[in-house]
Design a protein around this ligand. Structure first.
Ligand code: GLP
Length: 265
């Protein structure tokens, strides 16, 4: 039976603290947990909150990380390659050994990269918790609308909308945004034992409403999370603004916080 917790918080910073608690609860239970890391701007407040936890003594040194996706054809040393972004936002701040963060190979033999990545994920025992953002067109990872719902890690062409959205990371110049990427497939993502999707801001409100309130369909890849048995969605009020039950989800977040902060008897 699918179960989805949707928690709506007033600000992105509050949402990040809740999402960070979901991550640290898992790491407290399983210090060697395998985490899937999304990039983009949505998880950045979460990564800052995790960095603060690391400074306050939470030990992330034994976790293993798998990136959700990577651009194809840009040098790994490029500041906007996802390998660089994750080194900057996650590996360093969380005190992970760099070799514990796996990133799909965007430069190697194209037919082999996807399969090699899936083999590495399987060898690590699979992903315990996959962190996800959502594109304004409903993409997860770089699975654009129309992606097969059982797709695996593979090369994909980026939608014009995605390249337009991401040009802010490339000096505002769409011509500098790669047109290909390698991404975990939707089928791959659904194999993670737990999913944590984070979204902030009004620009994501339409995608969130479609993902959470319509039948799962390839036209909104994020909607497939509804088929997963263990999902937490953490939103700020703006990203939640088009959800019919947004007030219930705010109340759920308050209950969740109260329960979690209750003194242990
Ligand atoms: C990016 C990433 C996705 C991310 C999404 C949203 O292009 N490949 O993993 O979730 O698009 O990005 P942002 O959070 O910056 O809006």
């Amino acid at each position: 039976m699918a179960s989805m917790r949707i928690l709506v918080l007033d600000t992105p910073a509050d949402a990040a603290r809740v999402a960070a608690a979901v991550v640290t609860d898992l790491v407290a239970q399983s210090p060697a947990a395998v985490l899937g890391f999304a990039t983009g701007s949505s998880p950045q407040p979460l990564y800052r909150a995790l960095a603060e936890k690391a400074r306050n003594g939470v030990d992330f040194a034994s976790i293993t990380g798998f990136a959700l996706d990577e651009y194809v054809g840009i040098d790994v040393g490029h500041p906007e390659s996802y390998r660089s972004v994750l080194a900057r936002d996650v590996v360093g701040p969380l005190g992970m050994a760099p070799l514990r963060m796996h990133v799909p190979d965007g430069l190697g033999e194209r037919m082999l990269s996807g399969r090699a990545y899936e083999n590495a994920m399987a060898a690590a025992g699979g992903v315990d918790l996959q962190i996800l953002g959502i594109g304004a067109n409903g993409h997860i990872g770089f699975n654009e609308p129309g992606s097969e719902l059982d797709s695996r890690t593979r090369d994909v062409a980026l939608a014009e909308r995605t390249r337009e959205d991401n040009k802010r990371f490339f000096d505002g110049d769409i011509d500098r945004v790669p047109s290909l990427a390698i991404t975990q497939g939707i089928g791959t993502i659904l194999e993670a034992r737990e999913l944590l999707l984070v979204a902030n801001g009004a620009a994501k409100a339409r995608a969130i409403a479609t993902a959470l309130e319509s039948e799962p369909s390839a036209s909104c890849p994020a909607s497939v999370i509804r088929r997963h048995p263990d999902v937490t969605v953490v939103l700020d009020v703006q990203a939640a603004s088009l959800l019919r039950q947004r007030e219930n989800y705010r109340a759920q977040a308050e209950t969740w916080l109260l329960r979690r902060l209750a003194p242990v008897r």
